[in-house]
Design a protein around this ligand. Structure first.
Ligand SMILES: Cc1cc2nc3c(=O)[nH]c(=O)nc-3n(C[C@H](O)[C@H](O)[C@H](O)COP(=O)(O)OP(=O)(O)OC[C@H]3O[C@@H](n4cnc5c(N)ncnc54)[C@H](O)[C@@H]3O)c2cc1C
Length: 345
């Protein structure tokens, strides 16, 4: 069921190709991969698990060439279902294409609002990408996650290079900053859904919108991915978190704890949000499922708590996730007119 409060957008690729033309020859000025090759970390962890389970002589040592699926099946037959599941997750991580995440910059200096997107065509294929930088800069930046079965994103990850030319259309989109207000700002994203928020957050701090009539506004970013190195712009957000008392960065990493000693949030973004919400500020009964989350202690290092009656909320990511985020935010009492959202399809 489609939630009426999630913002509609031009989601059809052919419609992207009909946006107003900015230029047919934007030059690519920078391309950078953002995730890491963690294969040796994966095999180290896997061999440690086998050793801990006393199975290193039977199945180990595991090397890069190992038949991971067979190992998972063998562990299932050996009645080690938990270990088999973790092996399957690590195997997926080991074998995923590289890179999964890239950022790229383009030459055109255009007028846009923080949070908008452009239609980008490369090798004749048009797709929408959020502008990931602030309008105060004189280039455009995008951040792309590879969809392995996709048409354009693998090309952007594998072959886009400095000096290439792309066609840029737009700008488009209504996921932009709400009117300046005294309320706190809460950004909720999964994966590259954070791209429009990178531009918005940079713009907010550059232009002093984190203050209203001399009072500081808190700015929150809850960002969900599977692994630590899948967090787009992690270093930039961590730096802001260290430097600004009013910026709270809460990464939510669902799979990272199985690979490293990550002890921050590993729950879904909407659950981490509830853990950082002031239970005394929530008026309506939440129901058993949400109630259990709002009463849990946060695992992040953020001590502040959110008052849902005093926030402007922005949500972005894959449609299904955005619907869940918006539903949870409405349930804790954020009025619908203070929620802006956009789905990627
Ligand atoms: C307004 C808007 C802004 C967007 N901004 C970004 C952005 O900043 N960064 C970004 O990486 N993508 C963004 N997208 C998605 C992007 O337009 C493409 O859909 C994506 O890059 C996949 O294109 P493709 O040609 O590789 O796959 P396609 O061949 O077009 O499609 C493959 C399938 O993957 C699905 N899909 C699309 N995106 C994802 C995803 N991220 N994860 C899993 N499945 C997906 C599609 O629904 C489709 O079913 C945005 C989409 C919209 C509508």
């Amino acid at each position: 069921m489609v939630d009426a409060t999630v913002r509609k957008h031009i989601s059809q690729h052919d419609a992207i190709g009909r946006l107003p033309l900015i230029t047919r020859s934007a030059e690519v000025t920078a391309v950078e991969k953002m995730d890491e090759d963690r294969r040796s970390e994966v095999t180290t962890v896997l061999n440690r698990w086998l050793e801990e389970a006393g199975l290193e002589d039977t199945y180990g040592p595991i090397s890069g060439e190992h038949d991971w699926e067979r190992l998972s099946e063998q562990l299932l037959s050996a009645e080690k279902p938990g270990l088999a599941r973790r092996v399957a997750t690590l195997s997926e991580r080991y074998r995923r294409p590289k890179p999964m995440l890239v950022r790229a910059r383009f030459s055109p200096d255009i007028d846009f609002l923080a949070g908008q997107y452009v239609g980008l065509s490369y090798n004749g294929v048009p797709r929408a990408y959020s502008i990931a930088n602030s309008p105060t800069e004189d280039e455009l930046e995008i951040c792309v996650r590879r969809v392995p079965s996709g048409v354009l994103s693998p090309q952007l990850c594998d072959t886009l290079s400095v000096g290439d030319t792309v066609t840029v259309r737009g700008p488009y989109g209504e996921l932009v900053l709400q009117d300046h207000s005294p309320r706190e700002m809460v950004f909720l994203a999964t994966g590259t859904g954070v791209a429009p928020f990178k531009g918005m957050i940079d713009y907010v701090f550059e232009t002093g919108r984190d203050e209203f009539k001399g009072e500081t506004r808190d700015v929150w970013l809850f960002l969900g991915t599977a692994w630590l190195d899948d967090l787009p712009y992690r270093e930039a957000f961590e730096k802001l978190h260290r430097e600004r008392d009013n910026f709270h960065f809460v990464p939510c990493l669902s799979r990272e704890p199985i690979l490293s000693d990550w002890d921050g949030e590993s729950d879904y973004v909407q659950h981490a949000l509830l853990k950082h919400t002031d239970v005394n500020a929530v008026a309506a009964p939440l129901g058993a499922e949400l109630e259990q989350w709002i009463r849990q202690e946060p695992d992040s290092d953020v001590e502040a708590l959110l008052d849902p009656t005093n926030v402007d909320v922005y949500a972005c990511g894959i449609n299904a996730m955005v619907y869940s985020l918006v539903r949870a935010v409405e349930r804790i009492g954020v009025p619908p007119e203070r929620i802006e959202s956009e789905g990627f399809g």
